[in-house]
Design a protein around this ligand. Structure first.
Ligand SMILES: N[C@@H](CCC(=O)N[C@@H](CS)C(=O)NCC(=O)O)C(=O)O
Length: 357
């Protein structure tokens, strides 16, 4: 892998094709997905449209959410403009075909990184951006505290998901008699639950928190404490382009690293080298490792990836750092970050970026 990257970097350096921040479309060192994004002038991103906080399309047609913001970050990194995204809404069961057919450049849609998806979908998963786990929601009035107490009833679940497989395993392992009612999209699953066709429903706990806010009275619904599985959620892209996968990987790490450095959309300008500033004066006020991270003062950053050297300046300015993205989209769902796996490693969580050097 490293020698592949080295060859790529050498190619970029030799041909000097970094023009005004965006790599020329003639740069043959770029992979096919990166090239087509530049030629098209937009990133086609497979997203959710019904999970508020992660991927949601409002009545005006606009998309928002944590996963949507990652699409925007990739557009800012590759094209210099976070708005240059074409969204492709995907139901759970449509994901494999969308990835294999090449109709999307990347997927950022509450998708769990698993062995079979990595291989069979011919995808490359980027870093996990949200550590989730599967849970069960039921009616508060039942006074139930464990899944086992739902024995004898019906539970709604969405097909084409890891959650469908996990709950099937859980029911058989615990010899429960729970009937699974299956639906192919989240709306139908939720509506069946609200209509009383099942007294509980299951999906990622993040999804449960999101849908709970749709209820006429969210307090009528409880998310049981049990966690059935590991659901590491993150972006993925086609195996046909390792170079584009590197871009995804380092945009994701960059969001985390920016938060660790305390660099956000409001203060990123303070870390950029001023037009009239000497290298010494800049180094006196901004640490060398931050200079490297932001591709300043002749340090290489995005140039390793064939994109604008200061790509992280664009990403942070236009989209924010990881913490800003989390606060904007997930804090309103009541998904507390503190003390969770989604805290920075410096705060006891799992979010950790390798060095930008
Ligand atoms: N993380 C799991 C579940 C992802 C998933 O699709 N969850 C459902 C329930 S919240 C969903 O997002 N459905 C949206 C839809 O089909 O419109 C997976 O990757 O399979």
């Amino acid at each position: 892998m490293m020698s592949h990257i080295s060859r790529f970097v050498l190619g970029v350096a030799t041909f000097g094709l970094v023009l005004g921040g965006v790599v020329s479309a003639q740069d043959t060192a770029l992979g096919p997905v990166t090239q087509r994004i530049i030629e098209r002038g937009s990133v086609i991103c497979g997203v959710n449209r019904s999970v508020q906080g992660f991927g949601f399309q409002d009545a005006s047609g606009a998309y928002s959410g944590f996963d949507v913001d990652f699409c925007r970050a990739v557009a800012a990194a590759v094209l210099g403009d976070a708005n240059l995204v074409t969204y492709r809404p995907l139901e759970a069961g449509e994901r494999q075909a969308a990835m294999q057919s090449g109709e999307i450049d990347l997927m950022s849609r509450n998708t769990t990184f698993t062995l079979s998806r990595d291989v069979v979908w011919a995808s490359i998963f980027g870093p996990t951006l949200f550590y989730d786990g599967q849970g069960v929601m039921t009616l508060a009035e039942l006074g139930v505290e464990t899944i086992a107490e739902l024995d004898g009833g019906a539970m709604c679940v969405q097909t084409g998901t890891t959650t469908e497989l996990n709950i099937t395993d859980f029911i058989s392992a615990n010899q429960l008699n729970i009937e699974l009612l299956k639906f192919d999209n989240a709306e139908a699953t939720w509506e069946a639950y609200i209509a009383g066709r099942c007294e509980s429903w299951t999906t990622d706990k993040s999804g449960l928190a999101s849908f709970r806010l749709r209820a006429a009275n969210p307090a009528d619904h409880v998310i049981l404490a049990e966690t059935l599985s590991k659901e590491p959620l993150g972006p993925l892209s086609p195996q046909t382009d390792e170079q584009f996968a590197e871009i995804i990987r380092w945009v994701a790490f960059g969001l985390i690293q920016a938060e660790e450095y305390g660099i956000n959309s409001a203060n990123v300008g303070d870390f950029v080298m001023r037009a009239d500033e000497s290298s010494e004066a800049y180094t006196a006020r901004v640490k060398p490792e931050i200079q490297r991270f932001l591709g300043q003062n002749n340090n290489s950053s995005g140039s390793f990836l064939g994109i604008a050297n200061d790509f992280m300046v664009q990403v942070i300015t236009q989209v924010g750092n990881y913490g800003e993205i989390y606060d904007r989209n997930l804090s309103p769902l009541g998904l507390t970050r503190e003390g969770s796996l989604n805290a920075l490693w410096t705060n006891g969580g799992l979010l950790y970026s390798p060095p930008f050097r």
